[in-house]
Design a protein around this ligand. Structure first.
Ligand code: HEM
Length: 437
């Protein structure tokens, strides 16, 4: 195997670090460049991150589609790279050969980086694409949406009760999933009949074990619907986020094309649904499997917001968001890590949250951490999640109201037996079997 340009072989390069073949689990090392597998039946994203940490703060890995990248597992380095101008999310500008089509990349990585939207942009271009989205998601606007979220959660709880309190239910499908999907479609103004197609596309884009043709099919179906929505919003922009984006795009000095608008909408749907579904499910699992921690929250000694922050640290809904690129060759002085121009970089949020130097006993769920639970779960720097306030509100309302309405709710499968999403991007439970009483 040829190492990506600019890489030194990893094995033996770091004093004291075990070679990959002494690591506890995972794929066979390919001459010092392991494959990033993501969560599998035997290993979570966090555990894979722990294995990678043994190789240094930013080891080289191979991603699906034969892309070589540096995966950053150290939280300090992750923050410096995310915040600094030396690193970009714009593959078209900063990954030589990508725009020209001379680079061999397909499947999930191509689907994530091949669109032009707030996530995949840099500098002034990023500011222009991000500002109308951020304006729609300010804390004030989220507070104004809270009563509507309460009503929606109330309705979903009624439906849940209708399934039978002594029946086996899946808390993902019947509770965690409908709430964020309804919120996003209402926020954007997408007609409810399109919700199943968006849900399928969002799930498809997070499955990093999916075949390239399947990824293409999920994307194609949803892009066709978005094209129609953009066309009708161009004719008559309404009072919703699609209308806001069209008005901002038209008012801009460099107006966005229909395709760019569509890519922005796609980003919001992808970013705002699967993530929040996992945040609700994972917080429920953490609280239901730690009665002492749950009691601290339900008694009011600790806020549900603090419990959510701890849950996000321990198992962030996004393990890693593809992809960043070094704008030029540089060295990070604090870690001594060097990055070659155009080198792909993947920030591993799930590993960063489990860093033993930042968090004492990092794998323990502790809603009263002395050092606090602040983490990189919502990202860091200019691309930090603009939907964090909305997501926090949704998750806190959803989990609080479920525990109030059904205080005897319980898991029927041990947490370590719950099926995980097969992905190194999304990080959560595919289903959470439980009973309401
Ligand atoms: C618990 C739920 C959520 C989590 C954990 C989460 C996490 C993240 C992360 C890690 C990033 C990338 C940051 C980076 O690269 O530095 C991101 C970006 C983004 N998120 Fe979220 N997110 C959540 C919910 C939402 C919601 C509800 C929305 C919108 C309604 C949203 C919209 C976005 C957008 C538009 C971006 C791209 C921002 C940019 O590149 O400037 N997210 N999110």
């Amino acid at each position: 195997m040829t190492l990506a340009p600019g890489y030194e072989p990893i094995e033996g390069s770091r004093e004291g670090a075990p070679s990959t073949d002494t690591l506890p689990a995972g794929p066979p090392p390919a001459q010092g460049c392991p494959h990033l597998r993501g969560a599998t039946a035997g290993e979570s994203n966090g555990q894979e991150g722990r294995r990678l940490r043994a190789l240094g703060p930013a080891p080289a890995v191979e991603l699906p589609g034969r892309v070589k990248a540096r995966v950053v597992v150290d939280p300090g380095l992750a923050e410096r790279l995310s915040a600094g101008p030396h690193v970009s999310r714009d593959a078209a500008r900063h990954w030589p050969g990508f725009r020209e089509g001379t680079r061999d990349v397909d499947g999930i990585i191509a689907a994530w980086i091949g669109t032009h939207n707030a996530l995949n942009s840099y500098g002034d271009d990023h500011r222009q694409l991000r500002s109308p989205i951020a304006a729609a998601l300010t804390r004030r606007r989220v507070e104004a949406m809270a009563p509507e979220i309460e009503l929606l959660v109330h309705d979903v709880l009624d439906e849940l009760g209708g399934l039978g309190v002594h029946e086996d239910i899946d808390l993902v499908q019947s509770y965690a999933l409908p709430i964020p999907h309804e919120v996003i479609t209402r926020l954007l103004g997408v007609p409810a009949q399109h919700l199943p197609a968006f849900s399928a596309a969002a799930a498809g884009l997070f499955d990093t074990s999916a075949a390239p043709e399947d990824v293409g099919r999920s994307m194609g179906a949803v892009l066709a619907i978005l094209d129609q929505l953009v066309a009708s919003a161009r004719e008559q922009p309404e009072d919703n986020l699609i209308g806001d984006l069209v008005r901002a795009a038209d008012a801009s000095e460099s107006p966005l094309s229909d395709t760019q608008l569509r890519d922005q909408l796609m980003l919001i749907i992808i970013a705002g649904t699967e993530t929040t579904v996992h945040a609700i499910g994972t917080l429920l699992v953490h609280l239901l499997s730690h009665p002492d921690q749950r009691a601290l929250v339900t008694s009011g000694q600790v806020s549900m917001d603090a419990a959510l922050a701890e849950s996000l640290r321990l198992r962030p809904p996004i393990a890693a968001v593809p992809l960043r690129f070094a704008v030029r060759q540089f060295k990070d002085p604090a870690s001594g890590e060097e990055f070659g121009e155009g080198e792909p970089i993947l920030i591993h949020l799930a590993a960063a949250g489990l860093d033993p130097e930042r968090y004492a006993d990092p794998e323990r769920f502790d809603v009263q951490r002395a050092e606090g639970s602040r983490s990189l779960a919502f990202g860091y720097g200019p691309h930090v999640c603009p939907g964090a306030a909305l997501a926090t509100r949704e998750v806190v309302i959803a989990v609080r109201r479920l525990l109030e309405r059904y205080p005897d709710v319980r898991l029927t499968v041990a947490p370590d037996q719950l099926p995980q999403s097969a992905s190194f991007i999304s990080n959560g439970y595919a289903s959470i079997p439980g009973r309401l009483a």
